[in-house]
Design a binder for this molecule. Structure first.
Ligand code: ZN
Length: 345
C-alpha cells in the first residue's frame, strides 16, 4: 500500500530496514550533477542515470528507493534558473523511484531536506519553508509514496515543519538531523533532546543522517536510541571521521585547500568498515540502518550481507578463493609473484 503508512510500519516490524542514499554525491561523481549547486537536474536531463543508481542500490539490498528530490525545492531551482521545472522534476523523481522499487519490492520515500531559507529569528521564513515542503510533498503524495524522509535538518524548527507537512498529507515521516556542530542543532537544541521532541510530535522514525562517519555517529545514535521510544535511523557518510574531525566537512589533509566536498576520497571507508557499522547499529537497536553521501553499491551490499542477507548483487560478491594469486590456485603459480606483492619498501 502507498500513502497509508502501513507499509513502513510493516517493514520495521520485520526487522532492520536497510537504506541507501547519497544520490547527489554519486551522480556528481558520474558527471550528472553540478557540485556547488547540487540540484538534481539529472532527474529530468538524465533520467536513465538516476534510475540506474536506484537499481544499483536496490540490487545491493536497499529496501527503500528515495525519490531524488533533495535540493529540488523552489529556492534551489530558482538559483539555477529552473524554477519552471519544479513540478516536473519532483513528479519525475518519484516516478523513477517507484518504477525501480517495483522491480524489487522496495518502499518508496518522498524526500525533503534543509532549505537554507529557515531562520528561527524571522517568523516569516517558517511560512516560506512550509510552502516549499507542501508543494514538493504534495506532488510526491500525488505520485504515490509510502513515507517521507525529511533529512539533514540543521534546525529542529525546520525539521518540525517537514514533519507537520507530512502529517497533514497523512504520511508517516522519518525525520533526521544533520550534526555538523558538536552537540546542538543550529537553533540550540541538544541533538538527543531534538530527537525526543520530534518523536513526541509523532515522527515514525527519528535519528541522524549525513555529515558524520560511522565512528562519530555511533556514540550519539546510541544515546538517542536510549532516550526515544520510536524507531531510530542512522545513515552516516562512509568517511573516516574522528574526534578531532567529527564531520566530513571538518576533515583536513595536508596540502589540500579544502577536503569537503570534492577531495574526500582518501578518507573513504571500505566496504568492511561499513559492514561493521551496519552490525554495530543493528546491535544498538537502530531500526533503519543506511548510508549517505559517498555511498557506493559495494558498501550497501556489504552492509546487507553483514546483516545476514543474500541480495541480487550477492551473485557477484567476492570469491577470493578464485583469485589467481591470492586464491586456492595460487600454489600452482610462481610464488615469486606473491612475494613481490608483499614487499614493503
Ligand atoms: Zn548525505
Amino acid at each position: 500500500m502507498t500513502g497509508t503508512g502501513s507499509a513502513l510500519a510493516e517493514r520495521l516490524a520485520q526487522g532492520t530496514v536497510l537504506g541507501a542514499e547519497g544520490y547527489v554525491f554519486e551522480l556528481e561523481r558520474r558527471g550528472y550533477v553540478k557540485a556547488g549547486a547540487y540540484v538534481p537536474e539529472a532527474v529530468l536531463d538524465f533520467p536513465d542515470a538516476v534510475a540506474e543508481l536506484h537499481r544499483e542500490f536496490l540490487r545491493a539490498g536497499a529496501e527503500v528507493m528515495v525519490a531524488l528530490t533533495y535540493y529540488a525545492h523552489r529556492g534551489k531551482l530558482r538559483q539555477v534558473g529552473r524554477e519552471s521545472d519544479l513540478e516536473a522534476m519532483n513528479r519525475q523523481a518519484v516516478r523513477l523511484a517507484r518504477e525501480v522499487a517495483a522491480e524489487g519490492g522496495a518502499l518508496v520515500a518522498g524526500n525533503v531536506c534543509n532549505t537554507w531559507a529557515y531562520d528561527p529569528q524571522d517568523a516569516a521564513t517558517a511560512g516560506v519553508v512550509r510552502k516549499m515542503y507542501a508543494e514538493q510533498l504534495g506532488w510526491a503524495a500525488d505520485e504515490g509514496i509510502d513515507f517521507v524522509i525529511a533529512e539533514t535538518n540543521d534546525y529542529l524548527g525546520e525539521a518540525l515543519i517537514g514533519l507537520e507537512v507530512s502529517q497533514e498529507l497523512g504520511l508517516p515521516a522519518m525525520v533526521t538531523l544533520a550534526t555538523t556542530r558538536p552537540a546542538k542543532t543550529f537553533d540550540g537544541y541538544d541533538y538527543v533532546e531534538a530527537c525526543k521532541i520530534l518523536a513526541g510530535h509523532g515522527a515514525a522514525i527519528v535519528g541522524l543522517n549525513c555529515d558524520r562517519g560511522p565512528a562519530t555517529m555511533l556514540p550519539l545514535i546510541a544515546t538517542i536510541r536510549d532516550q526515544v521510544d520510536c524507531a531510530v535511523a542512522a545513515q552516516p557518510v562512509p568517511y573516516r571521521t574522528d574526534q578531532a574531525s567529527p564531520t566530513m566537512e571538518s576533515l583536513r589533509a595536508e596540502g589540500v585547500d579544502r577536503v569537503f566536498p570534492l577531495a574526500l576520497e582518501p578518507f573513504s571507508c571500505t566496504r568492511f568498515e561499513m559492514a561493521d557499522f551496519a552490525v554495530a547499529a543493528r546491535d544498538l537497536g537502530v531500526s533503519y540502518v543506511g548510508i549517505c553521501c559517498g555511498a557506493g553499491p559495494h558498501h550497501v551490499r556489504a552492509m546487507a550481507e553483514a546483516l545476514g542477507r543474500t541480495v541480487p548483487a550477492s551473485k557477484y560478491s567476492p570469491s577470493m578463493d578464485l583469485h589467481p594469486i591470492l586464491g586456492a590456485a595460487a600454489s600452482s603459480q610462481d610464488p615469486g609473484v606473491l612475494d613481490a606483492w608483499n614487499v614493503t619498501l
